[in-house]
Structures are given as C-alpha cells and as structure tokens.
Design a protein around this ligand. Sequence first.
Ligand code: PXP
Length: 253
Amino acid sequence: MTEPHLRLGVNIDHVATVRNARGGAYPDPLRAARLAEEAGADGITAHLREDRRHISDADIEGLMGVLSVPLNFEMAATEEMQAIALRHRPHAVCIVPERREERTTEGGLEVAREENRLAHFIAPLREAGCRVSIFIAAEPAQVEAANRIGAQVIELHTGAYCDAHAEGRFSERDAELGRLREMSAFAHSLGLEVHAGHGLTYETTGPVAAFPEVRELNIGHFLIGEAIFRGLKPAIEEMRRVMDEARLQEGAA
Ligand code: PXP
C-alpha cells in the first residue's frame, strides 16, 4: 500500500557553495532552509564534508537552532563527524562515502566490505536517538549488509539513473530504474525504511516518487539551480507538485 505523503528533504549544500565562492555570508543557507520549510519541505539535508567545501560547522550549529523540521545530517563515517553528530544529535544522520577529489558523492557506501566497522560506528548514533540512514547503490548485497549492521533506513543512490536519463541512454536508464524499484521493495520487505536521492530533477523524480515503498526523497543541486530562474520557493513547490502527482497516480493505479 502506497503511503500517500512522500517526504521531501531539501539539500541546501549548494547555497553554501555559492556563498563560499566569494567568502562572506551571502547567500545564507539558513535563510534558504527557512524558505524551504515555508515551501513545504519536510526536512532539510546538509552534508558537512571533511574539507568543508560547502556547509560549515557554524551552518550545522545554526540549522540545529532555527529549524522546525528535522535535520538530516549527511556525513562520512569518520570519528570527527561522529563526534559532531553526537554533540548535535540531529533527527537523522545519513552515512555517505567521501573522497576529497570527487565533485559530489559519486557512489554508494560499500557497506558489505566494511560491515563490522560500520556496525560499531553507527551504534552510538542510534543510542543517541539519531535515525541512521546508509546511502547505497541499488544492490542486494548492500541492502542486506545495511540491514545487518542495524541501520533503520537506506537511501538509494539515484545518480546512475539520472545520468543515463540526462545523456539519453534510455534503455540503461530504464534498467537502473528497474533496479531501484526492485531494491526498494526488497529493503522494505526486510523492514528498512527506504529513501532515495542524488541528481533528481523534475523529469526524473516522478518515476522514483511512484515507488510505493519510498518514504523520502532528498533533492538539492537541481533545486538550487532552478531557484536562480524561478526563485527557491516556487522551485520547491513545483517539485512537491511533481512528487504528489506521481504518488496520486501510483495510488490510483
Ligand atoms: N542524498 C544524498 C545521500 C546525497 O549525498 C546528496 C548530495 O550529494 C543528495 C541526496 C542530493 O543530491 P543532489 O544535490 O544531486 O540532488
């Protein structure tokens, strides 16, 4: 049965990217977060990277103080980040892979390869009351490993699906979408909550939003880019409409 309301987490990292291009305080990611809330975001997502290329420690502090919706704190599985998460105790943490040289989070976390370490890593976060999500590729071995280590949530990496769409490789796109659909159902059958995100646009969001098991989408770069042309609130409101429409059609099917 499809849960009618699909949550939208708005990732504000790239407001901070623009701010940091010049230094200083403008544009302010906290202002963007408040506007996103007004536009109907169900949560705010921010990734504090090891190199602090966009979101800063002060941004996380500020977000914890001003938000009335939950903060989804994205972080690498490092001791430094664990300590920061334990200090702030955000509603959710999403563990992502991180390499300094990458432009964005290029793949999912290799949970299956690091099961023991990750199980120990997330235990204190769970004990502190954070909902722990693991960002993974749509592969059965990763879903099973995420379940075994005690994560409550998996977030499926939609980047390969979105790239195939953008580059016109439509049969690959459809195959990726099929994998995402299958892994959503599989993860849900194991009792995991299913989220998805990375690279989603107005064109690519509908088919993922229609998966009945998906409870949350996290979307950032496209929305911040689109905000240049139509403003942040209308950009988010349009995404909300795309998601609701896909959900309604799925519910009616
Ligand atoms: N979900 C996760 C786990 C991410 O790391 C990111 C950002 O890299 C996103 C969602 C949002 O991706 P995008 O900014 O491409 O929409």
